[in-house]
Ligand binder design. Structure first.
Ligand SMILES: Cc1ncc(C[n+]2csc(CCOP(=O)(O)OP(=O)(O)O)c2C)c(N)n1
Ligand SMILES: [Mg+2]
Length: 635
């Protein structure tokens, strides 16, 4: 870096905008509970003309120690990796992602939406077309006829929590500070985009030294207001059938111990969303498992009967609420959330606060106003929990260990091998439902299912990000064949970085989950199987001769191909101990004769055609209308 120079620039440093940004990012920290973390721990990148000579050059100037660099294969996947890292880091540390202009930039959009929906921080640094426009149109420029200041990067606005275009070097100062503010704000965080016109990236400016001082961004834990706390405690005191719904906010806040203490003190059962699963270990007496469409019978029956639902850090997605059909019309809600938007859902009594602070404060109210659910309620959900546990055991148990495993049996084998160290990653297909219903989560960060955006192809890159944040721990990306095909290329990055991630490919020759959904909505599995096209125009021929195991091997992975349950146990055990990226490829049994996991315990709204000629669709519509009639508005 050029040192500060004399004269008019005393106390300033002459750097390009890109150099200044990288130097700035290298000195940003978060702090929570007295612990400090590097806010931007590394930068992912794929270079093109829009960033190679700007941010690319700045990264060499700064050096590897100042800003570690990670090379990706696709921009979307780099964001997934960054999101995996941020979730595993408790949102206290994040990654940046630099891209070229045009396609490199718009490839970020899906990842940005995923980060924002899940409230997970990532800093996006797409290149942008020239601010000075000397040679318009630059390669890959959009040229919107109606507006000169629009570029493809504007696609990132709706999916970013903060967006800025740094059209002049000095505009970087407020833009960079605002970006850090949003990334470190527990209520606002998500994707943050600083679009960097390629000429501005390379332009020099005399930056005030003050810009480069170390900055520590306090990640706050707002305490509940007395008034809100008192109202919540009163509602809980009046309740005879309360239920806690633990969402992702419990995890982000690190509120698991506080939740456990509160649940133990009150006997209130705890159901969890996909993001919240693991808030309590599966064998805790108060843990009743997943809630909603993919929930357990225990949790869903409690939800139907609950007179008070205490949402802690949840967005109440349609899966969680069974599309507004799960909770009783008379149910009341208390929402603990750091984010006002979520706190106000379902006309709840709001407790606008950090989850840990709020749960501790609620527990403290018990000193003056003791509260515990009655023994019959506790015994009731305890018995239901035991019944569900038996169903999990049945779904996991192989009838014949020399046969091909079902998907649930694959989870069953994994269940026998993992400890609380293991981390499981998944996002889409039939696995999220199976995992939510069945998985016996042993530790607070074991269950990593991205279900806010449920994005096929999140798993493998996310495993890389998680492994970077959790070195030495077994990290498993569980993927369906469709998901694998959507985004396998980051395997190369795992190989390049020597990260021993484990990828389990569950081959069932197509989009089985959507096939099932199609069938139940009268769509007859149209377009969901990976089969050869036949003379009738459909995809009803033999399965495609695609070899995903060979594909993974070609990208540099070690690949194991177990065929039976017995082989699978050996392969998963081998992969678990492996010190290099290892893939376990398994064909799963899908025949209707094999019993699968328990069916959905609650509805999910997928609109069915109102007019149809095929009997299956007509019948599905009748069923749909029956369910819709049960929808409530909690006002
Ligand atoms: C990027 C993306 N595209 C489409 C979907 C819709 N979708 C959800 S699950 C699924 C099928 C997944 O197939 P596979 O990974 O093989 O899992 P399976 O359903 O067979 O268990 C599709 C297409 C999605 N979630 N994400
Ligand atoms: Mg599949």
């Amino acid at each position: 870096m050029t040192p500060a120079h004399d004269g008019e620039g005393a106390g300033t440093r002459r750097l390009t905008t890109a150099q200044a940004l990288v130097a700035f990012l290298a000195r940003q920290y978060t702090e929570r509970d007295g612990h400090r973390h590097r806010l931007i721990a590394a930068t992912w990148g794929i270079f093109g003309h829009g960033n190679v000579a700007g941010i690319g050059q700045a990264l060499i100037e700064t050096g590897r120690a100042g800003m570690p660099f990670l090379q990706g294969r696709s921009e979307q996947a780099m964001v997934h990796a960054a999101v995996g890292y941020a979730r595993q880091s408790g949102r206290l540390s994040a990654h940046a992602v630099t891209t070229s202009i045009g396609p490199g930039a718009t490839n970020l959009v899906t990842g940005a939406a995923l980060a924002t929906v899940n409230h997970l921080p990532v800093l996006l640094l797409p290149g942008d077309t020239f601010a000075t426009r000397p040679a318009d149109p630059v390669l890959q420029q959009l040229e919107a006829g109606y507006a000169g200041d629009v570029s493809v990067n504007d696609c990132l606005r709706p999916v970013s929590r903060y967006f800025d275009r740094v059209a002049r070097p000095e505009a970087l100062i407020p833009a960079a500070l605002a970006a850090m503010r949003v990334l470190a704000d527990p209520a606002a965080t998500g994707a943050v985009t600083l679009a960097l016109p390629q000429d501005v990236q390379a332009e020099a400016f005399d930056w005030p030294e003050e810009f480069f001082r170390e900055r520590v961004w306090h990640v706050r834990r707002p305490r509940p207001e007395d008034r809100e706390l008192a109202a919540a405690a009163e509602a809980i005191g009046e309740s005879s059938r309360p239920l806690i719904v633990a969402g992702g906010g419990v995890r982000h806040s690190g509120a698991q111990a506080a939740l456990r203490a509160y649940a133990e003190a009150t006997g209130i059962p705890v159901a969890s969303t996909q993001a919240g699963k693991g808030a309590l270990p599966h064998d805790h007496p108060c843990d009743v498992g997943g809630i909603g469409h993919t929930g357990t019978a225990t949790a869903d029956d409690l939800a139907r009967a609950a007179d008070l639902v205490i949402g802690v850090g949840t967005r109440y997605s349609d899966f969680t609420t069974a599309s507004s059909t799960l909770f009783a019309p008379s149910a009341r809600f208390v929402n603990v959330n750091v984010n006002s938007f979520d706190a106000h859902k379902l006309s709840a009594l709001t407790v606008l606060a950090d989850a840990r602070e709020a749960l501790d404060a609620l527990r403290a109210t018990l000193d003056s106003a003791p509260y515990r659910v009655d023994a019959a309620y506790e015994a009731g959900y305890g018995a239901a929990k035991a019944r569900w546990e038996a169903r999990v055991t049945a779904a996991y148990a192989p009838a014949d260990p020399s046969a091909r495993p079902t998907q649930a049996q694959v989870l069953g084998v994994l269940d026998t091998l993992v400890t609380e160290e293991d981390i499981l990653i998944n996002a889409a297909g039939s696995l999220p439902g199976d995992l939510h219903k069945l998985w016996r989560t042993r530790s607070a960060d074991q269950y990593h299912v991205e279900y806010g955006y449920s994005c096929m192809g999140y798993e493998i890159p996310a495993a890389i990000g998680v492994q970077l944040a959790a070195p030495g721990r077994p990290v498993w990306a569980l993927v369906g064949d469709g998901t694998y095909l959507m985004n396998p290329t980051e395997i190369v990055t795992a190989v390049q970085e020597g990260l021993p991630v484990k990828v389990v490919i569950l081959q069932n020759h197509g989009y089985a989950s959507i096939g099932g959904l199609s069938e139940s909505t009268g769509g007859e599995r149209f377009g969901t199987a990976y089969r050869h096209r036949t003379a009738d125009g459909g995809f009803t021929g033999p399965p495609l001769p695609v070899d995903l195991a060979a594909n993974a091997a070609s990208l540099g992975m070690r690949v194991l191909r177990p065929r039976t349950v017995t082989d699978l146990r050996e392969a998963l055990s081998d992969a678990r101990g492996a010190d290099r990226p290892t893939c376990v490829y398994v064909e799963t049994e899908t025949a209707d004769t094999v019993s699968g996991p328990p069916p959905a315990q609650a509805w999910w709204d997928v609109p069915v055609a109102e007019t149809a000629t095929r009997p299956s669709a007509v019948k599905a519509r009748e069923e749909y209308e029956r369910h819709v009639a049960a929808r409530r508005r909690h006002l």
